[in-house]
Design a protein around this ligand. Structure first.
Ligand SMILES: CC(C)(COP(=O)(O)OP(=O)(O)OC[C@H]1O[C@@H](n2cnc3c(N)ncnc32)[C@H](O)[C@@H]1OP(=O)(O)O)[C@@H](O)C(=O)NCCC(=O)NCCS
Length: 145
């Protein structure tokens, strides 16, 4: 059983590397900004698992006052299929449980259909909903003003 703990300042570079290695970064999402924002408030966190000075798994968890959400569920490719992904999700669910959350949502990119089996193995099911989104601040801009 691996241990998951909250991310610290010294983990940031290694977490970004993990996300890159797992193919989770996108040019229009600044991972450093995502990490800083998740660490800023008490309704969100990033949990990491460290082994031999490497961050080998991560999960970002948070809630908006209604539902819990998971992002950046990542396991180093060299450590996949050994139960770490399951432990990451369960650790995030436990953290969300301490926040009073009783239901967790997550988004899977359409091109990442392959991980559907992973989430189904953990008890998640596909809901008949459509995800709509609009960027209200352009990349590089700090706020709406
Ligand atoms: C998805 C990911 C986190 C899974 O991590 P993992 O450590 O390999 O998964 P686990 O070993 O904990 O697997 C848990 C269960 O899911 C199953 N599973 C894992 N990956 C699967 C896949 N791609 N397809 C189907 N089932 C899968 C396992 O067989 C296992 O089932 P079991 O317990 O019934 O045997 C990992 O593959 C990853 O980091 N992928 C790249 C990043 C990514 O796509 N993240 C998800 C973004 S939405």
């Amino acid at each position: 059983m691996n241990t998951f703990r909250e991310i610290g300042d010294g983990d940031v570079e290694r977490v970004v590397k993990l996300w890159q290695d797992c193919g989770l970064t996108r040019p229009w999402n600044d991972p450093y900004k995502d990490i800083a924002f998740a660490r800023e408030g008490r309704h969100s966190t990033i949990l990491v698992c460290e082994e031999n000075s490497r961050i080998i798994a991560s999960v970002m968890a948070g809630h908006d006052g209604h539902r819990g959400m998971l992002y950046y569920v990542a396991v180093d490719p060299a450590h996949q299929r050994r139960g770490l992904g399951r432990q990451a999700v369960r650790a995030a669910e436990a953290w969300l449980g301490t926040q009073g959350v009783w239901k967790v949502n997550l988004l899977v990119r359409a091109e990442n259909e392959a991980v559907r089996g992973f989430y189904e193995a953990l008890g998640y099911e596909v809901n008949p909903v459509m995800c709509m989104a609009r960027r209200i601040v352009e990349p590089g801009q700090n706020s709406l003003s």
